[in-house]
Design a protein. Structure first.
Lengths: 834, 309
């Protein structure tokens, strides 16, 4: 204990040499820097149409990459169909505000023109017609609004009453989303608030006078919503099972979008291969008589509007990054990472893994759809090309280059990858009179040296050398392709055109470059640029919250009353039956692992489940915690049937567990592991987490303090900032116990907590289990260390070949002949041998 | 009417045969390593391209390979060499991508093989150009069934797929090696304790998977007469084959066979309705796939997975 104190005091001294900043300041400054750089670039290139187009594309890509990162980085599932959502958003914009260039009726206008009267050269009559439509709309709104308000109030009131009534009743287990009054009420409230927001935006838009500006909101919302709906539909088949299914289904989705938008039959609506064109800028009303993209004369006006569109996109980038930042730093983001690290572990603390994955995917699709909608505005067109697989791959390349699972890395990646074709363009066509020039030889020598270094150098420098070789290779890919093309083309000195590589244009090797970048970062720099920059910044400016944790520990120790504040359900151990199994059976393909086992768990006792290897103990635990379905029989918790429930539902009832094969969240810190355990008792909602409301921060720091106390309780407080997978085995067991206690369980299931511990640690474990019991938690324990079992158990159940062979207190079980036979073999055999 | 049906059946079975060969490749590697090669489609294309380069009197307009490099080997030799080269590529994928990344997130191996795929595709486009190149059929000519002319190659493809399915079945049931593969699939750790060289088995399945992809490429190129092979076509065939593997169940050879026939026939039926449906053939198939997976997440014939804790 003394050494622990010493370390704790020393830690702040070491870090105080460098200025420390709180974590959130670092987060937001990243956002500010990205925003500022883009802002300056937009102003600097404000009169250059070409650069503005590239900048707009960068901004749309940042929104998309940030969205994709939610799925690929935080929940660890890769999607190869995000270009599909991107195109979907674009087509929504195109259909809503754009015009179809292909089919034109007798009057020289197509039907979308006719419907919307937008974007073409407006005559006075057109304007009058449009204003008439607008006036009608306003009148309709005036009539509809009161009716809508009354209806809303009625439905809201009804749902609220239902919710209040449901709160008084005991919690029901089998609520689905649609039958749960709570979730319904929340959904309704969310819809109403979105509606109000839209109304306000609309009124603002009308007042300011950019009436087409409203289309921007409509397009963003429609693009986002349609993408979200498709994302949800895709998550049904793709996310229920682990494996390559999501990648497959998303590829298929991209192809569906490409084929449908390319289709001849739908050409009148979607424009076929050439897509929807001449989409006006969102603020086009400023300059209504220009047909923006097509008339060369209106170039200045169009550039100014592109500049405005860029600013709108920049606001979009800022909002998207801000919301995603808040979200991933909240309990929601923590549970995303938790399920990426370990799905079983995540479900054991009450996280509904499937629902969380769906949420991440839908959020990601929504952001991508919005990115696509905005992109269509800035390009003024959308076509089937935007749904191609190569584009999806380029989105994934952005996040892998930028740093998968980092907050701002994807934005960095989006900037670099979007600029890549421009970089290739600047290379242009080169004139080479020799196949290999002097520069090539130097590169080849450097490359060979770097590869040799990667193989021969001592381990420390291997990676560096490999990275060096990789960079040389990446840089020279255009040159390699030029040489390849030069190899086969004979040089004709008489023709001025003919030289090595004259017919090679660097832009066609773009896909190869994406591929090489992917391989380079996956193999040599898996953290991505963002990851390494983040590490450098952390080294330069350590996060202050580390010291804050230390002071939390100090405070807890000083207050010397941590027990009262510990997050336990303090229920008096009245020795009533809390868990009951009724002839529970589990078959695995002909093997009966558990055979009609019955036992009762009494509140407040320590109950051990023992038996030789393969007796079915862990299977029994898996049945109780819902990992396996029961083949026959029933499991009752406080009189209610719980078999058939999912693991996360069982955790939510107050049964949590640890695992024989540890299921910690390896890449999270010890403290974060325990904080994830509080998932069920934290109540920060989706919207408040997204907006980063103050109460979210309050709850977060409360949870952090409680998690710290739990770590103190199990004796891991001084390791709070270590990465879970770096902990020694025994400490990981303690961590799992702390995490399971964070669920505030009434029953704690411990699967071989003392496995692999030394005698002293077993003694500690003994004390810890007794401490847990003293807090009123019922313990069901599987253990092979008989000393420990006999010492602490109130009751023991013995299993052998799936059947219960004995039950009772330790001394009773110890003298049971069947138990002796099971463990040591029948006595007859012993006799025979002696 | 009967002619249309015959056409659908032969066309469907012919396509199904190709899907099955590629899908077996996905299944084999998934069984032993729980990974699969997203560059499989490009392996299909590379197999065909190598075959063409070695055996054909080819020409191209936009690639950097010039017809002066023609080799004009016998078709049979070119087949063997092409299949072997793609099998070696498969081994390289196992050794260089799957093994280092087997422990981490699936993003790593998925994106590495995807990256390999785009590089191969881009390389092929640079070498051979983006126009389709034709390969002369292994068995020339057509046979008249009813009023339909069916290419002999089509029938050969069906026969090859049936034979390969049978051989795979025998391989798993009868040979020591096949049983080792099954053992590794069931529990790699236990298998290695029984003296099975797990790494060798994994490499073997990747070699088989690559070889099957190469063979599929060589068979599909001359199948419909003058379709030929271009750098993008392998990808589009293999994505349908991927769907077949998933609907059939990644761990179920027979299921994949059934699903391949199903997909082949459905594709033909859809495209025989009218030109709209023909345009949207793949889209409709994939919508059906997504619906099927929504109800049976592990495929129509896949087993329910039980995770060990």
């Amino acid at each position: 204990m003394a050494t622990v104190e010493l370390e704790r005091k020393e830690a702040p001294v070491k870090t105080s040499l460098r200025p420390s900043v709180p974590g959130w300041a670092k987060d937001y400054s990243g956002l500010l820097i990205i925003g500022l750089v883009l802002f300056i670039a937009i102003y600097y290139y404000g009169d250059n149409r070409y650069y503005l187009t590239i900048l707009a594309s960068i901004e749309a890509s940042i929104i998309t990459a940030t969205g994709l990162n939610l799925v690929a980085g935080y929940t660890g599932q890769v999607s190869l169909g995000h270009a599909g959502f991107f195109a979907l958003g674009g087509y929504m914009t195109g259909l809503l505000v754009g015009r179809v260039a292909t089919t034109i009726n007798a009057n020289g206008e197509n039907w979308i023109d006719y419907m919307y009267v937008r974007g073409k050269n407006l005559t006075a009559a057109d304007r009058a017609e449009r204003d008439g439509v607008l006036n009608n709309f306003n009148t309709a709104l005036l009539i509809a609004l009161p009716i809508l308000l009354i209806l809303t109030a009625g439905i809201g009131g009804f749902l609220w009453l239902r919710y209040q009534k449901a709160k008084k009743q005991p919690p029901h287990l089998h609520y689905s989303f649609w039958s749960n009054p709570y979730s319904l009420f929340r959904l309704f409230a969310s819809l109403v608030s979105i509606g109000l927001l839209l109304l306000i935006l609309d009124i603002v838009g009308l007042t300011v006078g950019f009436w087409i500006f409203q289309n921007l909101w409509a397009a963003i919302i429609l693009g986002g919503t349609v993408a979200a709906v498709f994302g949800y539909a895709l998550s049904l088949p793709a996310l229920r099972v682990k494996g390559p299914y999501l990648a497959m289904v998303t590829i298929a989705f991209g192809i569906i979008i490409t084929e449908v938008s390319n289709s001849k039959t739908l050409e009148p609506i979607l424009g076929g291969p050439s897509g929807l064109q001449r989409i006006p800028f969102p603020i086009s009303e400023r300059n209504p008589d220009n047909d923006l993209l097509l008339q060369p004369g209106s170039d200045t006006g169009a550039t100014f509007q592109l500049f405005q569109t860029n600013l709108i996109l920049l606001v979009g980038v800022g909002v998207a990054l801000y919301l995603v930042r808040n979200f991933v730093r909240s309990r929601w983001g923590r549970s995303f990472i938790a399920l990426r690290e370990n799905e079983i572990g995540a479900s054991s603390v009450g996280i509904n893994v499937y629902r969380m994955k769906t949420l991440a995917f839908v959020m990601s699709a929504t952001l991508t759809g919005i990115g696509g909608a905005l992109n269509a505005y800035s390009y003024g067109a959308v076509n089937p090309q935007s749904a191609l697989l190569d584009r999806s791959i380029s989105f994934v390349t952005m996040i892998i280059l930028g740093g998968i699972g980092t907050l701002y890395g994807p934005a960095l990646g989006a900037i670099i990858i979007t600029l890549l074709p421009e970089f290739l363009n600047t290379l242009g066509k080169t004139n080479h009179t020799e196949l290999l020039n002097a520069g090539d030889y130097i590169w080849i020598i450097l490359f060979v040296a770097a590869v040799a270094g990667a193989i021969l150098l001592p381990h420390r420098y291997k990676r560096l050398s490999g990275v060096f070789a990789g960079v040389i290779f990446l840089y020279n890919i255009p040159e390699i392709y030029r040489i390849l093309s030069g190899l086969t083309k004979p040089l004709n000195p008489n023709s001025p055109e003919a030289n090595y590589g004259s017919d090679f244009s660097p832009t066609i090797i773009l896909p190869s470059l994406y591929g090489a970048i992917l391989l380079f970062f996956l193999f040599l720099a898996p953290e991505g640029l963002g990851g390494y920059i983040g590490r450098f910044i952390n080294w330069l400016l350590p996060t202050r919250s580390k010291i804050a944790y230390a002071s939390v520990v100090g405070a807890a120790a000083d207050a010397s009353a941590p027990v009262a504040a510990l997050p336990f359900n303090c229920i008096r151990p009245d020795h009533s039956d809390i868990l009951k199994t009724v002839s529970v059976t589990r078959d695995f393909k002909g093997l009966r692992a558990v055979d009609s086992v019955e036992f009762n768990l009494k509140r407040g006792e320590i109950h051990a489940l023992i038996g030789p290897n393969g007796a079915g103990k862990t299977t029994m635990l898996n049945l109780i915690s819902g990992l396996y379905p029961v083949s026959q029989g029933q499991i009752l918790f406080k009189g209610e049937q719980i078999d058939g429930l999912k693991p996360h539902e069982i955790a939510s009832l107050g049964i949590s567990r640890t695992f024989q094969n540890l299921q910690v969240f390896g890449d999270m810190t010890v403290l974060e592991n325990v904080m994830v355990g509080f998932h069920l008792s934290t109540r920060q909602g989706f919207w408040s987490s997204l907006l980063g409301l103050p109460r979210v921060k309050t709850e977060d720091s409360r949870v952090r303090a409680q998690a710290m106390q739990l770590l103190e309780f199990v004796g891991l407080a001084d390791r709070a900032q270590a990465r879970a997978k770096d902990l020694p085995y025994g400490y990981q067991r303690l961590l799992e116990i702390a995490r399971a206690l964070a669920v505030k369980p009434e029953i704690l299931l411990l699967d071989e907590p003392a496995a692999g511990l030394n005698p002293q640690e077993i003694g500690d474990m003994d004390r810890l289990i007794r401490k847990i019991q003293a807090e009123g938690v019922t313990v069901l324990l599987i253990e092979h260390h008989m000393d420990l079992v006999m010492e602490i158990s109130d009751e023991i159940t013995v299993l052998d070949y799936g059947k219960k062979i004995a039950e009772g207190n330790p001394s009773h079980v110890q003298n049971n002949q069947k138990v002796k036979d099971a463990y040591f073999g029948p006595e007859v055999m012993l006799d025979a041998r002696s | 009417m009967i002619d249309t049906i015959l056409q659908i059946i032969f066309g469907g079975l012919g396509n199904g045969a190709i899907y099955a060969l590629i899908a077996f490749g996905y299944s084999l590697t998934y069984l032993t390593t729980q990974t699969l090669n997203f560059a499989q489609g490009d392996f299909v294309m590379i197999g065909a391209m190598i075959g063409i380069t070695l055996a054909e009197n080819w020409s191209n307009d936009s690639g950097i390979l010039l017809p002066t490099h023609r080799l004009l080997w016998p078709l049979f030799v070119a087949y063997i060499v092409a299949v072997l080269i793609v099998a070696v590529l498969g081994v390289a994928v196992e050794r260089l991508i799957m093994r280092p990344f087997s422990a981490g997130l699936s993003v790593s191996w998925i994106m590495s093989t995807v990256a390999l795929g785009i590089i191969l595709r881009n390389l092929a486009e640079t070498l051979w150009g983006h126009e389709a190149m034709v390969l002369s059929p292994a068995v020339d000519g057509q046979v008249k069934i009813g009023d339909n002319n069916i290419y002999w190659q089509q029938i050969l493809n069906i026969a090859v797929a049936v034979v390969i399915t049978g051989l795979l079945f025998l391989f798993f049931q009868r040979t020591r090696l096949g049983k080792s593969v099954k053992a590794v699939a069931f529990n790699a750790q236990a298998a290695s304790l029984m003296g099975i060289n797990v790494n060798f088995i994994k490499m073997l399945t990747f070699a088989m998977s690559g070889g099957l992809a190469g063979l599929a490429g060589l068979l599909v190129t001359p199948a419909g007469g003058l379709n030929g092979m271009d750098p993008q076509r392998g990808l589009s065939i293999s994505i349908t084959a991927f769907a077949v593997a998933i609907v059939g169940g990644l761990d179920n050879i027979v299921g994949i066979g059934v699903a391949a026939v199903l997909f082949g026939l459905l594709g033909q039926i859809i495209s025989s309705i009218n030109s709209t449906f023909q345009d949207l053939q793949q889209a409709i198939l994939f919508v059906l796939l997504i619906l099927a997976l929504a109800f049976k997440p592990t495929g129509l014939f896949g087993r329910q997975l039980v995770q060990k804790v």
